[in-house]
Design a binder for this molecule. Structure first.
Ligand code: UGA
Length: 436
């Protein structure tokens, strides 16, 4: 089966490479000539474990190709995926659908055969209807169906998530749409991944509801962590205690500095806008968004406290370990590290940082931070070390060396990757999240 993937960003490229690996014939299309040139040279536009190898193998096997020419790329494709960005619109937080609509128009004008047009981009309820209208207005003579197929990939684990999904959601309004999508996902169906067929609007909402629920779970445990610190409890025990109840589940109960990334912040905001438009408030999500926003700066203040409070902190230096919003990515979007560095800067604290993959992306976003080339270089002369992202490289720091290099043995562990007793036994003043 031939598949066209319009948009070769994170979702498009991972999905395209995985579909090719299943044996489909995939063309990834993008307007950005430099991105397509780089992909031809085997250079990935993003850091994702295993992606370069997967792309390489499938290009070699002639199942995966890249082009900037949409008309040519969609020719003969039975499924045309729209996987372009839907960023937060400046000013109001609505999802910006201009790229999705533009692709729909171009697809309509260039359709050369019957095809299913699939929105994979995260799009608000009703976008499928609009895409259908745009295709109809283009006057195409070919049959088409518009289907919603949201993706649930996590950055850093995207290939595994794609190949072994908990479920595949397909929102379709016609047998044509359902039949083609069944064929697209047949290799996964054989692996017994459940396919959930729903209406198009339900599928669109499932994506937002899933991300909002996960963001809520994280925010809930973060607030429990704050309470643990006040009442003398341990949030990791609380997580285990509640997570072993099947109805709650153990995942996404790690307390930390607040969620970031390209999805939760943007999608929760967009869901609030949809709820507002339909006059059907989602107050829990409103609270989650506010609580998470304020948490990031609160984490900066936590580091200031570890330096002895605002007065003593002025003029001191902090080493930030980890800048990306989570490990195994170079993505800095809405990373808590940005707000933490800003809060420290505002408090007159200088910051040196190290991140295994994110520093090139981070540097222009945090001009006040000096980037170093190893965790130990950042730690040299620091009055406190703060772990912001749980990269493996920070899980087994040589604490003796840290103590020698640092100006003071103070460790703030915002991801709870160390055991308090061990760190304190090594002579550190140690603070973490929700462990009194
Ligand atoms: C998220 C969802 O997990 C995916 O299912 C979804 O497809 C994706 O958004 C999307 O909409 O495209 P992602 O943003 O890559 O994936 O990252 P997550 O692993 O979900 O982490 C998000 C944030 O939550 C990170 O800042 C992470 O540190 C934080 N987090 C996660 C916690 O603080 N605690 C946890 O227990 C889990």
């Amino acid at each position: 089966m031939k598949i066209a993937m319009v948009g070769s960003g994170y979702v498009g490229l991972v999905s395209g490479a995985c579909f090719a690996d299943f044996g489909h014939d995939v063309v990834c299309i993008d307007k950005d000539q430099s991105k397509i040139d780089a992909l031809h040279d085997g250079i990935m536009p993003i850091y994702e474990p295993g992606l370069a190898e997967l792309v390489g193998t499938n290009v070699k096997a002639s199942r995966l190709s890249f082009t900037t020419d949409l008309a040519e790329g969609i020719k003969g494709a039975q499924a045309i995926f729209i996987a372009v960005g839907t960023p937060s619109r400046r000013g109001d937080g609505h999802a910006d659908l201009s790229f999705v609509h533009a692709v729909a128009r171009e697809v309509g004008e260039n359709l050369a055969n019957d095809a299913v047009v699939v929105t994979k981009s995260t799009v608000p309820v009703g976008t499928g209807d609009e895409v259908e209208r745009i295709l109809k207005d283009s006057g195409t003579a070919h049959n088409f169906a518009v289907v919603s197929n949201p993706e649930f990939l996590r950055e850093g684990a995207a290939i595994g998530d794609f190949k072994r999904p908990d479920r595949i959601v397909i929102g379709a309004e016609s047998d044509f749409g359902r039949d083609v999508m069944r064929e697209v996902y047949r290799p996964l169906f054989l692996n017994e991944s459940p396919i959930l067929f729903t209406s198009r609007r339900s599928a669109e909402l499932i994506k937002y509801a899933a991300n909002a629920f996960l963001a809520t779970k994280i925010t809930f445990i973060n607030e429990m962590a704050d309470l643990c610190e006040k009442v003398g409890a341990n949030v990791q025990d609380v997580s285990r205690g509640i997570g072993s109840d099947n109805r709650i589940g153990p995942k996404f109960l790690n307390a930390g500095p607040g969620y970031g990334g390209s999805c939760f912040p943007k999608d929760t905001l967009a869901l609030l806008k949809t709820a507002e438009d339909y006059e059907s408030p989602v107050r829990i999500v409103e609270a989650v968004v506010k609580t998470n926003d304020t948490r990031k700066r609160a984490m900066g203040r936590k580091v200031v406290d570890a330096l002895g409070g605002p007065k003593k902190a002025r003029g001191k230096k902090v080493a930030l370990l980890g800048l990306t919003f989570k490990p195994n990515t170079d993505d800095m979007r809405d990373s808590p590290a940005i707000a933490i560095a800003q809060t420290l800067h505002d408090a007159g604290v200088s910051v040196a940082a190290y991140d295994p993959e994110g520093m090139d992306v981070a540097a222009p976003l945090m001009p006040e931070v000096s980037m170093t080339d190893s965790p130990y270089a950042a730690i040299e002369g620091a009055d406190a070390v703060a772990i912001v992202t749980e990269w493996d490289a920070f899980r087994a720091l040589d604490l003796g060396r840290v103590k020698e290099l640092a100006n003071a043995p103070v460790l703030v562990d915002l991801r709870n990757i160390y055991q308090p007793d061990d760190v304190r036994a090594a002579g550190f003043e140690y603070s973490s999240i929700g462990r009194a």
